[in-house]
Design a binder for this molecule. Structure first.
Ligand code: SF4
Length: 563
């Protein structure tokens, strides 16, 4: 991460390797400091010296050169014909017995560093490709020096920009790029191809997106609900100590997030470990409201500048708000239609339900024509009223039968505090959705305080509230209704009921969390990108697609729809 002294940092040789591979990769890694893949991108392709060190003289110290503006560490150095030669070892194959451009630039940079560090003339560097057993010699001559100078100058030029360079035109490079899940090059190409195109003129084959975004995050989410529990770090493990029980240990690399509900402690050492290992931490109140979230990583300076510039444009925000509100209302309509599809014995939907659907469709049409943000909010609110009026019809004792299971009658949405069991469940699930949306925005490096549909009216982050509009129906409303209809709740054991407030008991919370996490792992197919991924990954995907709205590849955010 940058320090105040790093005003004009020396460029890492590894970053030059990235520059020759793809300028956007250089920018992501070196300027935005997204180093997620460093180890995997480079170390995985490099042969570790321990494997091959016999008979090799090695220099393993860092070298740097103010004159060249670079720093790096040479793998191995040998004397050949009386001269020092810098060696770079690669696991992969050569480029038909020649060096790949990025490897060539890397070894040239090592030659330059070595020459300056030793004061001896360096004539060449060598790259050993172990997969096809080829050694390529790279002369360190005038042409090589010019190549290095041009690359360092280009790196300096790219640092001046706030915008990411475009995705590479060579899609094959992206398939081997470990930053593809962050860069989303295929989605970028699709957006650029379709943004001004007439839909019928886009060939389905051209609109096919190869999924470089992982379908699911295999890491587990630790929800700690037991009061008095303490989370500690022990070496590479996170240890959960529940009073009076044997501590439970989790390998840190298997944990994606730690969620602390209520009176639960976490040590500073565990927080440090989570920060360094991309493990998010969320603090929730006992009632499920988000108190705060934390994730380590880079501050996202460039990303935030780009976001502020975009969010300062009222027309841009209006367009996004309109699209998001339409997505929300369309999903509500689709869900009501799906959940109330008449059975063979029913003549049709109840007239009252049809009225609510008409009101929602009307609001949807108005949103599509709205020219003011308040108009959008107004019609979205009116659609919400109709949706929650229809919501009672979704809760049924059995298919085709009217009426809710005892204790789960729903007469309308109420909150702060919820006054019935259904609202208590909805509020708890929405808090979990909000927490995940906030975490995704932080992970992507966006500033959650700047939204485009929601305005700052409480401590809740407007952009997280915006993003969660896409997920209220699939991640909260649907599992809540389905679990009530399946009679998964115990009206007595799972809730604490007082005359003015209803909330979930500890047991109720555990059930809700299990249901929610299970739902997040379900896969679905994105209707535009046409690849499958879990809902959990979809939250991050939508946050990344949102960022693309102001980084040159707009049009894909908020296109997700229920089938
Ligand atoms: S995914 Fe492709 S465009 Fe993006 S940084 Fe990697 S190589 Fe470059």
């Amino acid at each position: 991460m940058g320090t105040p002294d790093d005003v004009v940092p020396l460029t890492r040789v590894m970053a030059l390797h990235a520059l020759a591979y793809c300028e956007r990769l250089f920018y992501l890694e070196e300027v935005e400091e997204i180093r997620l893949a460093n180890e995997r991108v480079y170390e995985g392709r490099r042969v570790h010296l321990q494997d091959i060190s016999e008979g090799i003289e090695t220099l393993t110290y860092e070298m740097e050169s103010e004159r060249w503006g670079i720093r790096g560490k040479v793998d191995a150095v040998r004397y050949r014909d009386g001269s020092l030669v810098a060696y770079e070892h690669k696991k992969g194959k050569s480029n038909r017995r020649a060096a790949w451009p990025s490897d060539r630039l890397q070894v040239i940079a090592y030659c330059a560093l070595l020459e300056e560090a030793t004061g001896k003339t360096i004539l060449e560097g060598r790259i050993r490709y172990h997969a096809d057993n080829v050694t390529v010699r790279v002369p360190f001559d005038d042409a090589a020096r010019r190549e290095l100078r041009a690359a360092v100058a280009r790196a300096a030029e790219l640092r001046q920009h706030l915008e990411r360079p475009p995705v590479t035109s060579d899609a094959r490079l992206c398939r081997h790029c470990a930053l593809a899940p962050i860069c989303l090059p295929e989605e970028d190409r699709l957006a650029v191809m379709t943004v001004n195109a007439v839909p019928d003129e886009v060939e389905p084959e051209d609109a096919k997106v190869r999924r470089l975004f992982p379908e699911r995050d295999e890491r587990r989410i630790l929800h700690i609900t037991e009061p008095g529990t303490r989370v500690e770090r022990s070496a590479e493990e996170l240890v959960v100590e529940i009073p009076g029980r044997v501590p439970v240990r989790f390998p840190g690399k298997d944990v994606g997030a730690v969620i602390l509900h209520g009176a639960v402690q976490i040590t500073t050492q565990a927080i440090h470990y989570c920060a360094a290992n991309d493990v998010a931490i969320h603090w929730l109140t006992g009632g499920g409201n988000v108190v705060g979230s934390f994730r380590g990583g880079t501050p996202g300076v460039q990303r935030r500048h780009r976001q502020y510039a975009a969010m300062s444009d009222p027309d841009f925000c209006l367009g996004l708000a309109r699209r998001l509100a339409m997505a929300k209302v369309e999903n509500q309509i689709r869900y009501v239609l799906r959940a109330t599809r008449p059975t063979a014995t029913e003549a049709g939907r109840e007239p009252e339900l049809e009225q609510h659907l008409t009101q929602m469709r009307h609001a949807l049409a108005q949103i599509s024509r709205a020219t003011e943000p308040d108009e959008i909010r107004g019609y979205e609110g009116s659609a919400g009223q109709a949706y929650f009026a229809a919501f009672a019809s979704l809760i049924r004792t059995s298919p085709g039968e009217r009426g809710s299971p005892a204790g789960f009658e729903f007469v309308g949405r109420n909150r702060r505090p919820p006054r019935d069991r259904v609202n208590a469940l909805l509020s708890f699930f929405y808090a979990l959705v909000y927490k995940d949306c906030l975490a995704a925005l932080i992970a992507v490096g966006l500033e959650p305080s700047f939204g485009f549909l929601h305005t700052p009216r409480s401590a809740a982050h407007p952009l997280a509230l915006d993003l969660m509009e896409l997920f209220r129906v699939p991640l909260a409303d649907m599992p809540v209704v389905a679990s009530i209809n399946r009679k998964q709740w115990d009206a007595t054991e799972d809730f604490v009921v007082t005359p003015h407030k209803v909330w979930l008991s500890l047991e109720g919370k555990r059930k809700a969390i299990a249901l929610y996490e299970e739902r997040k792992q379900e896969s679905w197919q994105h209707p535009v990108l046409r690849y499958s991924l879990s809902y959990q990954r979809t939250i991050e995907l939508e946050a990344r697609l949102l960022e693309k709205e102001w980084t040159g590849a707009p049009g894909l955010f908020a296109r997700m729809r229920l089938r």
